[in-house]
Write a protein that binds this ligand. Structure first.
Ligand code: FES
Length: 166
């Protein structure tokens, strides 16, 4: 972590401030249903995830049924309804990775982290997700931890990779 980040004295926003900011975002997007995905992206950036109370707030402000908002949230894998860990481990299950052992890597990660896909470890360190392709097909199977892609992974390398983040 850089010295600048360590010295940052920004205060975490209160929940009230977060909702006030979200209300501004919704106004900026003119409360239009066609802007719902962008609004949800902003909401996730503000809150870190999209719990029921945030989805309800958006539905009320945009005058939409809650089922419409929750339907979009559950349809797209990049939206999360639970808090994410410090590190998100994405396992690629695209064709190239799948046929070269992606599923075994996923099973190993579930076993080591003791969580299922979409869950976060109790210490809030790791979340587990699957993706369809991360553009590293030639060096499959691949996983990504936050922004770092690990190529030609096999189940025996998982502990070693996770140790980099402990
Ligand atoms: S299928 Fe896994 S990186 Fe493309």
């Amino acid at each position: 972590m850089s010295a600048i980040v360590e010295q940052c004295s920004c205060k975490e926003m209160s929940e009230e401030e977060k909702f006030a900011l979200l209300a501004d975002v919704i106004e900026d997007y003119h409360r239009r249903e066609s802007n719902l995905i962008q609004i949800l992206h902003m909401a996730q950036a503000i809150f870190g995830y999209l719990p029921d109370k945030v989805q309800t707030f958006i539905a009320e402000k945009m005058d939409l049924p809650i089922s419409k908002v929750s339907g979009v949230v559950t349809f797209y894998t990049f939206f999360s309804t639970s808090p994410k860990g410090e590190y998100t481990v994405c396992v690629c299950l695209g064709t190239a990775c799948y046929v070269r052992g992606g599923k075994k890597i996923l099973e190993k990660l579930k076993e080591v982290l003791e969580i299922d896909v979409g869950e976060t470890t109790e210490d809030m360190k790791f979340s587990l997700q699957v993706v369809r392709c991360m553009g590293a097909c030639g060096l499959a199977p691949a996983i990504r931890v936050n922004d770092k892609v690990f190529k030609r992974v096999n189940p025996n390398k998982i502990q070693q990779i996770l140790k980099l983040y402990s």
